[in-house]
Design a binder for this molecule. Structure first.
Ligand code: DX5
Ligand code: ZN
Length: 240
């Protein structure tokens, strides 16, 4: 599928919950993916950590390839690595549909965003909580997705940082509805609503989701909460 078609499909399906496999049962990845598919997941989020940019190591190319062989769901690959330019090609070859890298890891993001697009993937950029959102200003026209980190990249299970809300609002005003806005870290039934009201489309969730017995009910619950908050926020905007 072309990146344009995939992005159009994703835009038409928002709000979307993006399960982060970081918190899944790695002894049973295929079973976890089947459960997520059966329970309504429309995308999977894969966290790549190199032990350098972040103080943790997760998994790499062979796991992305194995996930690709297991599912046709779009793969949203979040690179937390020091040298993303070296790896966007290999991750695309491994099956990534969306490739997101950290602004903190590159001096000049535009060529890398262009390269990701030229590989036929959706191009994404992300930033950690301490990084000012204005740093993204000069490259937003080349982004298909912007991922706002609501925890420091590196570990699942951290507490949501509300600085993400201001960034989402700023981004939504800048990019209109053309760019997918994603939020990642500490997303649960309490935090999903404020993120949706602030403009997020895609809600990455790891720990909260995989601690449930019933993934489907949780995906449905988060989706419904996001929808209600987004509608309420747009009604308030209209009244203002
Ligand atoms: C953190 C990762 C996240 C993480 C989210 O560096 O980017 O995707 O898995 O997990 P929770 O939902 O546990 O915060
Ligand atoms: Zn992530």
């Amino acid at each position: 599928m072309s990146a344009a078609k995939l992005l159009a499909d994703l835009h038409s399906a928002v709000p979307l919950v993006g399960p982060s496999l970081l918190a899944c049962d790695f002894a049973n990845v295929e079973r976890e993916i089947r459960r997520l598919e059966d329970d309504g997941a429309r995308i999977l989020h894969l966290d790549i950590m190199d032990g350098l940019f972040v103080p943790n190591i997760s998994f790499g190319l062979p796991v992305v390839e194995a996930v690709r062989r297991t599912t046709t769901l779009p793969l949203d690959v979040h690179l937390m690595i020091t040298n993303p330019a070296q790896y966007v090609g290999p991750f695309r070859d491994a099956g990534a549909d969306l490739i997101t890298f950290h602004i903190e890891t590159v001096a000049e993001p535009r060529p890398l965003l262009e390269e990701i697009r030229s590989l036929g993937a959706g191009a994404g950029i992300t930033l950690n909580p301490p990084t000012p959102v204005e740093r993204l200003e000069d490259c937003l026209d080349l982004c298909d997705l912007v991922l706002v980190m609501s925890v420091m990249a590196g570990f699942g299970g951290q507490k949501f940082d509300p600085v993400a809300l201001e960034k989402l609002q700023w981004l939504r005003r800048r990019v209109g509805s053309q760019v997918l806005l994603s939020v990642d870290g500490g997303i649960n039934a309490e935090t999903v609503g404020p993120c949706a009201a602030a403009g997020a489309d895609l809600f990455v969730t790891g720990t909260s989701l995989f601690s449930q017995d019933d993934y489907g009910s949780f995906i449905d619950e988060l989706t419904a909460l996001a929808r209600v908050s987004k509608n309420d926020a747009s009604k308030n905007d209209t009244q203002d």
